[in-house]
Design a protein around this ligand. Structure first.
Ligand code: NAI
Length: 694
């Protein structure tokens, strides 16, 4: 069957216009590639003086169609389209608005020239999907802007603005006004001037300073330890400095093919698609509309309230924080200011932008401020009596129809909702610390929560740059409930022979931003101890640390000893305490292999994740993975805990769980019913979701 074409061909005198029309993001699917190939040929047949290539709708192009990656490729390939452009007698001018990303930017780089609208963003994000630009991007970009500038862009995957692209030298002009008309005019004025294609430009690359390039590559790669694609990007760009265009393309192709078929790229794409998937609530009617939110009120200006308020101001939404005393309010606002000022000092935020954000944030000790709110988020002390009192007050003051959200991390949303006369408008909006930085937002759905309230929280979450995952109401929701199950094995590992630094080393080598002991020290060990007290559980070693006044970083010592720079150091005193405890509990210490440490810390989470799926607390296994990548420092290139389990195979997961459950007497490790079932069927967590969606 002939595939449909997704390119419109228009004419303005002797300038021809090819519009990529594959909404919403103009991916370069087969019908686009074929349409471009045919369109260029047709324009030349008709004697076009110049050809303007532009995107219809929102943007130029977001890149390759990733869903075509795992299927047999249909011709023409992108390189064939680029050949048609590069051999065209009439110059082909890319006119970029919105975004030109990945294959979309590579297409533009193959053109004779590029013009852009002022708001356009241009980038090569392939590294974030686990591979390298595979259609000449690593060869053409360095030939346009030099090896080091290209390396920075390609290794980071971050897009640049039109103005930055102009300054770097891969955009020829930034044009004001409606882009298509401006681009046609520019093409007509410049058609006769003679262009040098990127592939023909070797001057800048020839004179490259390889030593400087290698030094830059080494410093950039230090920040991406464990991940393969940044290394691949550096190697591909380096080839542009040392070999011919054709040889460079071959090198790029080899690296691309290896990476795109590798485990890390599979994991990264799992998360990329998962984040989109997670924004769908399976049972939400399609006609559900979010309520408009023009102004937010946050109750409590502590650690979380301040960060949440900053997230609103950072994204242009006016926000007021309400505190119980003038002192607490001032302290809270000062902390936000100090936070912004640090960002200004680091050069990542301009003084003007800071002023704009600061102006959107106000504070009050007068609860009447709640009357102005379109959405209220509560972030007061974690105490049910306090929460109930606050919600009763909010219910009385907030306009009818306004959503009231709690940032509680453990308390029952239904009990909080019961303190109001609008339980359908109460839900959890569970941010992660630091709230202005962490992208995860767990949206907790209570028994009575309406779809409209959920849609409102999701809409707001998206507007303030969060990754939303809708979860059910239970102790700890998804993320904290799962990490909470690690505690028993962590204690056992310490008793049986490991030390905190061994545990963190293994988890950090796996790729976690921070191991569990260091994380505990950062959050405060007293918090975990309070939770255990409330739940009636014990952790002999962690409890002993707290009893010894070792609360973590805030007291200068916890699992580790901290110096004045907050660097952690193993502490002989902790080691002694652990050895004493082993002796007291008559546990014979032995050397524990790294692989065992990893398994015994990840398997309890996977098992709890399976229970979470059984109970319908999470809709899909990938939702859980998205939670860990965006809220718990899990490396995206590892794909998350449920992905990890699927790759191991659920039969092996079941067997290991059963073995560790027996060896350590941990009832939590008894394989969840869902794991037993899937292991028996030869199924997987991912397959479960595919079946449900079908
Ligand atoms: P915090 O102690 O830093 O801040 C709480 C603030 O609320 C204080 O400034 C206090 O003066 C204010 N406050 C207390 N009662 C109030 C009232 N009746 N009216 C107005 N203001 C009042 O606590 P934090 O860490 O910010 O936690 C707040 C909430 O966020 C808790 O429910 C906590 O479980 C949750 N949470 C905390 C996380 C964390 O990492 N700290 C992560 C996610 C959620």
């Amino acid at each position: 069957m002939l595939e449909e074409r997704f390119v419109e061909h228009a004419r303005d005198g002797d300038v021809h216009i090819l519009r990529i029309a594959n909404p919403p993001v103009n991916t370069l699917r087969t019908g686009v590639r074929a349409g471009l190939h045919e369109g260029i040929a047709a324009a030349l047949r008709e004697g076009a003086r110049a050809i303007v290539l532009i995107g219809a709708g929102r943007m130029f192009s977001a890149g390759a169609e990733m869903t075509e990656f795992n299927k047999p490729r249909q011709p023409p390939s992108l390189p064939e389209v680029f050949d048609a452009i590069e051999t065209s007698k009439a110059p082909v001018i890319a006119a970029i608005h919105g975004s030109a990303l990945g294959g979309g930017l590579e297409l533009a780089l193959a053109c004779h020239a590029r013009v852009a609208a002022p708001g356009a963003m241009l980038g090569l994000p392939e590294v974030k999907r686990g591979f390298v630009p595979g259609a000449g991007g690593t060869q053409r970009l360095p030939r346009l802007i030099g090896g080091e500038a290209a390396l920075r862009m390609i290794v980071s995957g971050e897009p640049v603005t039109a103005a930055e692209a102009l300054a770097l030298g891969f955009v020829d002009a930034v044009l004001e006004g409606p882009l298509e008309a401006a681009a046609v005019e520019w093409a007509r004025a410049n058609a006769g001037r003679g262009f040098t294609l990127a592939r023909k430009r070797e001057d800048k690359v020839k004179g490259a300073d390889l030593a400087a390039f290698d030094a830059l590559a080494a410093s950039l790669l230090k920040r991406t330890r464990g991940q393969e694609s940044p290394k691949g990007c550096a190697a591909a760009v380096r080839a542009a400095l040392t070999s011919s265009f054709e040889d460079g393309l071959n090198t790029e192709r080899e690296i691309f093919t290896k990476l795109v078929n590798g485990e890390q790229s599979f994991a990264l794409r799992h998360i990329f698609f998962g984040e989109r998937e997670a924004s769908r609530v399976p049972d939400m009617p399609a006609d559900t509309h979010p309520l408009p939110v023009k102004k937010a009120v946050v109750i409590g200006a502590g650690t979380m309230g301040g960060g949440i308020a900053m997230s609103f101001a950072n994204h242009g939404i006016p926000v007021t924080v309400v505190e119980q005393s003038a002192e607490a309010l001032e302290r809270g606002l000062k902390r936000c200011e100090a936070n912004w000022e640090r960002t200004v000092a680091s050069g990542k935020l301009s003084a003007e932008e800071y002023a704009k954000r600061r102006a959107l944030l106000s504070g009050s000790t007068d609860w009447n401020a709640v009357k102005e709110a379109d959405l209220v988020i509560e972030a007061v002390f974690e105490d049910m009596a306090v929460k109930k009192e606050v919600f009763a007050k909010l219910d009385a003051l907030a306009r009818p129809g306004v959503v009231l959200a709690s940032n509680t991390s453990t308390l029952d949303i239904d009990a909080i909702a019961a303190a109001t006369k609008r339980p359908e408008l109460v839900l959890g909006m569970h941010f992660f610390s630091p709230a202005n930085v962490m992208r995860l937002l767990e949206i907790v759905r209570g028994k009575a929560t309406s779809f409209e309230a959920i849609a409102t929280a999701m809409d707001v979450g998206k507007r303030i740059g969060k990754v939303n995952v809708v979860v059910g109401n239970c102790d700890g929701f998804v993320g904290n409930r799962m990490t909470g199950k690690r505690g028993f094995q962590l204690e056992r590992l310490l008793l049986e022979g490991a030390l905190p630094q061994d545990i963190d080393r293994v988890m950090e080598a796996y790729g976690m931003a921070m191991g569990p002991c260091a994380t505990g020290d950062l959050a405060g060990l007293d918090i975990g101890a309070a939770v255990r007290r409330a739940r009636g559980t014990v952790a002999p070693i962690a409890d002993a640390l707290v009893a010894a006044g070792r609360y973590g970083q805030k007291t200068g010592k916890g699992w580790y000893l901290y110096d004045e720079k907050r660097q952690r150091h193993p502490d002989p005193e902790v080691e002694r305490l652990i050895l004493d405890m082993s002796e007291k509990m008559q546990v014979r210490r032995r050397k524990i292999e790294d692989a065992e440490i990893l398994e015994r810390l990840l398997l309890p989470m996977v098992n709890e994740g399976a229970r979470i799926l059984e109970e319908g607390i999470a809709s899909r296994a990938v939702d859980i993975d998205v939670i860990f990548v965006n809220g718990f420092g899990w490396p995206a290139w590892r794909g998350g805990p449920m992905f990890w389990a699927d790759r191991m195979g659920l039969k092996a997961v079941r067997d290991k769980l059963a073995r560790y459950a027996e060896a350590t007497g941990d009832a939590n490790l008894k394989p969840a019913a869902l794991i037993e079932k899937l292991a028996a069927e030869g199924g997987s967590f991912a397959g479960l979701h595919a079946k449900r969606a079908a």
